[in-house]
Write a protein that binds this ligand. Structure first.
Ligand code: ATP
Length: 264
């Protein structure tokens, strides 16, 4: 993505954003609410227009081919699938029909689609067990698995993931993270948008931090994870010396009411 700017009417959501995703890599885009993370994914998947957005400048290339003029279904056919924020499974359809919907419009033979379904079932056995159930009855974590499984049905070379850990308990978020690792190990590149910086920085090799529509920081994920600014702003880590001083001075200001030795 080179110098991409996006607007929703008068709202400037991205300003001259450039990112690179090497083949086979996991790259993450971090940032707070409204930073432009979902917009960045929509600019790649060409779903901006569904949301009233337009790419006002810049270009997106995939595999040497310019894709910012394609329709959304052509982008899927080119090998890019998106898992939208909030999962958005088809709640009244069965789990299996949700998965089949993910293969619609994808290139590939019937055998290739059957193969894709087998792979998804191997990755998420619960989706095979619950195949005949309505998707809306699955738990939040299972719906996230279904949303990822549905995107994988098109056998993408690049998977766009929009906040897959959102709203999940830590254990379930960790399971989703393991699956992302596995999907990547099987050869799919991943662009992961997350507010959960700790999780994303463990998965990715490269990270970008968006701030009000602009790239504020970029670099190897381990370097960003070690940077004071990222730790403070996105990992919720406080400077331990400063915190200890503050605690000490707060304690110092408290009247001593009782000491351990004094309590019966
Ligand atoms: N459909 C839309 N119409 C108008 N403005 C929008 C639309 N979608 C997003 N925006 C605006 O564009 C900016 C970027 O939003 P975006 O959803 O891309 O951010 P985000 O980083 O994904 O945030 P979050 O983590 O809260 O989902 C915000 O100011 C937002 O209000």
């Amino acid at each position: 993505m080179r110098d991409v700017s996006v607007g929703y009417g008068p709202v400037r959501a991205l300003r001259r954003v450039s990112i690179d995703l090497p083949d086979g890599a996991v790259v993450t885009v971090l940032g707070g609410n409204g930073a432009g993370k979902s917009t960045l994914l929509r600019a790649i998947s060409r779903t901006l227009s569904f949301q009233g957005g337009t790419l006002t400048s810049g270009s997106v290339h995939f595999d040497g081919r310019r894709i910012d003029g394609l329709s959304a279904d052509r982008v899927v056919a080119a090998g890019i699938s998106q898992v939208p924020e909030g999962r958005k499974v088809f709640a009244r359809m069965t789990v299996t029909d949700n998965l089949r919907a993910g293969a619609l419009g994808a290139t590939g033979s019937r055998a290739a689609k059957a193969d894709a379904l087998r792979r998804v079932h191997d990755l998420f056995p619960v989706l095979a067990e619950r195949g005949a159930q309505r998707a809306g009855l699955l738990s939040g974590g299972e719906q996230q698995m279904l949303a990822v499984g549905r995107a994988l049905m098109a056998s993408p070379r690049l998977l766009l993931l929009d906040e897959p850990s959102l709203g999940l308990a830590p254990l379930m978020a960790a399971r989703i993270a393991d699956t992302i690792r596995e999907i990547n190990a099987q050869g799919t590149s991943v662009l992961l948008v997350e507010q959960n910086a700790a999780l994303a920085l463990r998965l990715a090799s490269t990270a970008y931090v968006l701030d009000v529509g602009e790239v504020a920081l970029a670099g190897p994920a381990d370097e960003l994870a070690a940077s004071d600014e990222v730790r403070r702003r996105y990992l919720g880590v406080v400077d331990e010396d400063a915190a200890a001083d503050a605690t000490q001075s707060r304690l110092g200001a408290l009247p001593v009411l009782a000491r351990w030795e004094d309590t019966p």
